[in-house]
Design a protein around this ligand. Structure first.
Ligand code: SF4
Length: 196
């Protein structure tokens, strides 16, 4: 694929983002405050993929801005320069009522994720939690079995982590989150993204 100019990429991504913000393809459009599209670089080396917006994200129109987002941002700070340019998005763009992940809506919404990744072209993905992992790899094992290690998806490498919200719910899972973020840092420092 020929390289896309910065301006063409910015315009294509903004058009797609506007399409998502106006989307009414599934019932979640009726209850959302904002569709939540993306934050980060338009040339990311790595993209963190969450499940769906929560209340704070729905109100702000930005992914991972609540308590979970603060934990994710601390992890991103820890990863430092080894991480480089990155992005953050969700599989589902609109908040499901009661924060119950809606698989039917996720199927309807899925083409937006594929189109975003098609434009952003990251080298690797970090699915956060079971639902995000299952969206990238249908039939994948439970997240606790695979988090903290590199894993091959259909078209690129990934490094699953548990969802930061789970890490905030228990000391044991917080320890697991810290360990797995360190493992991700080691993977990046070994130059993993340069060889993909
Ligand atoms: S969740 Fe996705 S498919 Fe449903 S209204 Fe929002 S953007 Fe559209």
């Amino acid at each position: 694929m020929s390289p896309v100019s910065e301006e063409a990429l910015r315009r294509a991504f903004e058009l797609l983002s506007e399409e998502i913000r106006r989307c009414t393809l599934c019932p979640l459009a009726a209850s959302r405050t904002h569709a939540v599209v993306y934050r980060g670089s338009l040339r990311p080396r790595l993209v963190f993929v969450g499940e769906a917006p929560g209340r704070a994200e729905d109100l702000a129109g930005q992914p991972f801005v609540g308590r979970s987002g603060r934990l994710l941002d601390r992890a991103i700070d820890q990863l430092g320069s080894g991480l480089g340019a990155y992005g953050v998005l969700n599989v589902l763009k609109c908040r499901p009522p009661e924060n119950r992940f809606d698989p039917h809506a996720a199927r309807t919404c899925r083409p937006y994720l594929d189109r975003q990744l098609g434009l952003l072209r990251p080298s690797a993905l970090v699915p956060l939690g079971t639902k995000a992992l299952a969206a990238l790899e249908p039939g994948a094992p439970a997240i606790l079995e695979v988090a903290g290690r590199p894993r091959r998806f259909a078209d690129r490498w990934g490094f699953p982590l548990i969802h930061p919200a789970a890490a905030l719910r228990s000391t044991r899972l917080h320890r697991r989150w810290d360990q797995d973020v360190q493992a991700l840092g080691s993977w990046l420092r070994r130059g993993a993204l340069e060889t993909l």
